[in-house]
Design a protein around this ligand. Structure first.
Ligand code: NAG
Ligand code: NAG
Ligand code: NAG
Ligand code: NAG
Ligand code: NAG
Ligand code: NAG
Ligand code: NAG
Ligand code: NAG
Ligand code: NAG
Ligand code: NAG
Ligand code: NAG
Ligand code: NAG
Length: 563
């Protein structure tokens, strides 16, 4: 279908790979090649077996609570891309964010970009953190019915418009009742799915790896690359096990204090500047940008763009073109803000689309916007309930893990939710209306608490066994707290990359990858105040080819708003 083509554009081009980088392949017809973690034995020791054509897999049995073995055990999934030359320099554990994103599946989809950034001397290990995808414990509030979960998430975030107090009140009750509902279904083991426990699992992996290589367990160190929420996981590990820090690349840095408070209120600090880069790059791109008009300056473009949003607030755009929708619908200002948010995560892919959307909306043509948002499109079957066919399987883990992590410290009153929306709008006029949907109110009645041993005690300044390399783009719309977090870790350095978007892999840069690879090879950090030039181009001649991707898998669904 026509709409699908647009919808999948961003995702489809993520497959654009550099085949030369994929050096090692297993023989796929080898019958011992497994294609599912169901076929990977759960073991107490690391036991990698060939899997998913180009990888090896292992699944570890770990205690739900390392301080209380009576709590039982669960399984953690690891997928490893092995360096061409073995023995490799080590195993870099990779976490792509969320919380809720699967390290296993994102390693598979981002492998070429990761190899370009990290080099080919280390093995790269995609780990599914607790509660996510192939790893236990199971987090499910929908009685084993994924279509029901998808349907729920497709409904619940619609029409939350903070311009209306009635709408926030409805969302407040709606998210509260989700917690109450969930309590009836969530397994008691759900409380063990939290960030400190996952950090402990990473240590377990490093120790077992050392043991399997005849090294001592107690000196084993973790090597790590985490982006976005992965920076919370990484800094949590470093705070809890400072003498076990190997090479740590912490990219697209979240304010960890804010995350553990459950506020999610320090994300949008550069959001408006990121959106404004759209106006600049559109003006520079000239006719390559569909929203450009002859002679426009960035400020002309901004004025027209803002006027469209303002008009949409009062006058949503009806959509009834059967080439784009299956039933009539309307596009609201909130819808467009969700698109803007998606766009700034990954400008090389989405800025050209955003320009076409804005160009249409200026003529009150919302067809493309509706198609991208999968509005006015029916589910294809009961089992594929969410229009667009992409599941919401990362959303529930995100909510449960984030709620477990915040130790009920977010003030759950309706008043606090009003304040949160108002505060976010003050921080970002473009994204402040939609960002508070990220997580917070769902925690209110989700009445679970991790054991004491899995509550994070907070950050304080600390010395790590290896200095940490923090990194970020010059403009990151949702995470820009490298300075703050680097301040907690003695001897760490910050590498900036001259690009707009979420995560280093949004573009390519020889400068960035050479500093990163030198760090992994030698531990040497870049000089202070290093900002790398990049190949960043928000309006590339060949749209999409510069796509890298850390955006949510189903980017334009608001339930996927995540780090
Ligand atoms: C792949 O493995 C199968 C069985 O293990 C074998 O018959 C086949 O020749 C192998 N192919 C290659 C290209 O090595
Ligand atoms: C399958 O591949 C693995 C790893 O490459 C190898 O150890 C094993 O012998 C192969 N099995 C067959 C039947 O070829
Ligand atoms: C394995 O690598 C080949 C090319 O190198 C690629 O076509 C294939 O999709 C990869 N398989 C997986 C599961 O990533
Ligand atoms: C979970 O991992 C499998 C591989 O085991 C992958 O095919 C699937 O897409 C992943 N699911 C999610 C939600 O990431
Ligand atoms: C919405 O609620 C807030 C906080 O209670 C209040 O300050 C504001 O005036 C209300 N707005 C409207 C339009 O009623
Ligand atoms: C909870 O999870 C455990 C471990 O996975 C499982 O054995 C048990 O059956 C589950 N209980 C319920 C009520 O689903
Ligand atoms: C665009 O503007 C330039 C200079 O302002 C003018 O020379 C040119 O004719 C204009 N082109 C169009 C298509 O309006
Ligand atoms: C609306 O925009 C779409 C996508 O850009 C385009 O294909 C369509 O022709 C436009 N409709 C009208 C009536 O101009
Ligand atoms: C987060 O919320 C707590 C109370 O819920 C508040 O004390 C704290 O100042 C907030 N922190 C930030 C960074 O907004
Ligand atoms: C968790 O919350 C409880 C109750 O508010 C508090 O007493 C405790 O100190 C908190 N624990 C941590 C580690 O923040
Ligand atoms: C980056 O490195 C590659 C390979 O070494 C080289 O071909 C390319 O020209 C370099 N690009 C820049 C912008 O330096
Ligand atoms: C780094 O850059 C900042 C801002 O440009 C400047 O204030 C600071 O002095 C610089 N630090 C060093 C060590 O050069």
């Amino acid at each position: 279908m026509f709409t699908r083509q647009f919808y999948f554009l961003g995702l489809a081009v993520s497959a654009v790979a550099s085949p030369a980088l994929l050096q090692r392949q297993y023989n796929a017809s080898n019958s011992s090649m497994v294609q599912s973690f169901k076929d990977v034995p759960i073991t107490k020791e690391i036991q990698y077996i060939p899997c998913f054509d180009n990888y090896t897999c292992t699944q570890l049995e770990v205690p739900l609570d390392y301080e209380n073995l009576d709590a039982g055990f669960t399984n953690i999934a690891f997928l490893r891309y092995e360096a061409a030359e073995q023995p490799a320099s080590g195993d870099i554990i990779f976490n792509p964010g969320g919380p809720g994103e699967s390290g296993v599946s994102v390693l598979i989809s981002l492998l070429p970009q990761l190899l370009e950034l990290l080099g080919d001397e280390y093995n790269i290990v995609g780990m599914d953190p607790r509660g996510i995808n192939n790893s236990g414990p199971l987090l499910d509030c929908f009685d084993g019915k994924p279509w029901l979960r998808d349907y729920y998430y497709g409904q619940v975030y619609n029409d939350v418009d903070p311009r209306s107090n009635a709408s926030i009140s409805k969302y407040y009750e709606g998210s509260g009742t989700f917690g109450t509902w969930c309590m009836q279904y969530l397994n008691k083991t759900a409380k063990y799915a939290n960030t400190p426990a996952t950090a402990r699992d990473m240590l377990q992996y490093a120790e077992l790896l050392a043991e399997s290589q005849g090294r001592s367990r107690k000196d084993a160190k973790v090597d790590f690359y985490g982006a976005s929420y992965g920076t919370v996981l990484g800094t949590t590990f470093a705070a809890l096990y400072p003498d076990r820090v190997g090479r740590f690349l912490i990219d697209a840095v979240v304010d960890g204090d804010d995350y553990y408070h459950g506020n999610w209120s320090q994300n949008l600090l550069q959001a408006d500047a990121s959106v404004e880069s759209f106006f600049d790059t559109c003006a520079k791109a000239g006719s390559l940008c569909a929203f450009y008009r002859n002679g426009s300056t960035a400020s002309d473009i901004k004025k027209r763009f803002d006027a469209i949003l303002l008009d949409l607030e009062e006058n949503p755009v009806p959509v009834n073109d059967p080439l784009f929708v299956q039933f009539p619908t309307v596009v609201t200002h909130i819808d467009v803000r969700v698109l803007i948010q998606t766009a700034v995560y990954n400008p090389p892919v989405y800025f050209p689309l955003l320009a076409t959307v804005a160009d249409g909306l200026e003529h009150r043509n919302g067809s493309l916007a509706a198609a991208l948002l999968v509005k006015g499109v029916a589910p294809t079957s009961e089992c594929d309930y969410l229009p667009g066919g992409t599941g919401t399987d990362t959303v529930l883990p995100k909510q449960v893990i984030a709620c477990n992590d915040n130790n009920k410290s977010f003030n759950g009153s309706e008043e606090a939710l009003f304040d949160l929306f108002a505060e976010q709008k003050r921080i970002s006029t473009y994204l402040g209306d939609t960002w508070p949907l990220a997580v917070v109110p769902q925690c209110r009645l989700l009445n679970i608490t991790p054991p004491k041993s899995q509550l994070f005690p907070g950050f304080k300044r600390i010395n790590t066994s290896t200095p940490i390399l923090f990194a970020d783009n010059v403009l990151d719309p949702v995470t820009s707290s490298a300075e703050l977090m680097a301040g907690y870790f003695e001897g760490s350095a910050i590498l900036l990359q001259d690009a707009v978007g979420h995560g280093l892999v949004v573009t390519s840069s020889n400068c960035t990858s050479s500093y990163v690879q030198k760090y992994f090879k030698t531990g040497e950090l870049p000089p202070k105040n290093t900002t790398c030039e990049t190949d960043f181009d928000a309006f590339p001649q060949t749209p999409g080819l510069k796509k890298r991707g850390l955006e949510p898998r189903n980017p334009v669904l608001r339930s996927h708003i995540a780090l």
